[in-house]
Design a binder for this molecule. Structure first.
Ligand code: FMN
Length: 171
């Protein structure tokens, strides 16, 4: 896994904006409806669950809203190491992120700052009990095998194929 500053090998590689995340990372994050947060419990048992309310913050933080994630929060409090992945399901590219997470609760000096961008995403529709704040240590691109194995695969062809697989729009 590459460090955040040398994170991807896309055509945009090297083009990092001030946030520290690459342009390719930000593009694919914006196109990904869900991320999947992987944690581990006290017995080493893995736990993965989807989160829709997530965003990049500052130089190297990934924020996830704890709206209904009791197990993830319990696990992080015991074991901070997490893996988060997201994929734009149409173009079928995404990223894997590894890092150390903390659960930032109301009353913490940074709670307001970290809750704000997530609140903007929900427009206040859901209560955010706490913010899972991941210090990103490394990122790695995720790519559908077709891009490497099927000559002529483009983002457009992949999106057309995905639409057919997902049967969308539905008849
Ligand atoms: C499409 C979708 C989006 C979700 N987004 C979030 C979210 O942003 N934050 C959250 O806390 N839970 C979210 N959930 C709910 C959790 O994934 C769900 O409550 C899960 O059981 C939590 O498990 P955990 O405690 O192991 O994290 C979402 C669920 C779905 C299906």
């Amino acid at each position: 896994m590459d460090s955040i500053h040398t994170s991807d090998r896309s055509p945009h590689a090297g083009a990092h904006d001030v946030s520290g995340f690459s342009a390719e990372f930000l593009r694919l994050r914006a196109g990904s409806v869900l991320c999947w947060l992987a944690t581990v419990d006290d017995h080493g048992m893995p736990n993965v669950s989807p989160k829709e309310i997530f965003c990049c913050h500052g130089e190297r933080e990934l924020l996830i809203a704890n709206i209904a994630s009791p197990q993830s929060v319990r696990n992080i409090k015991a074991h901070p190491n997490v893996c988060v992945s997201f994929v734009d399901v149409l173009i079928q590219k995404g990223f894997k992120v590894k890092g150390a997470a903390v659960v930032v609760e109301p009353g913490h000096p940074r709670f307001g700052e970290l809750e704000f961008p997530l609140q903007q995403m929900t427009r206040g529709a859901f209560p955010i009990h706490s913010v899972i704040c991941v210090q990103v240590l490394g990122t790695e691109p995720i790519l559908a095998p077709s891009y490497r194995l099927v000559p002529g695969t483009t983002e457009d062809s992949q999106a057309r194929a995905a639409q057919a697989v997902y049967r969308w729009p539905r008849p």
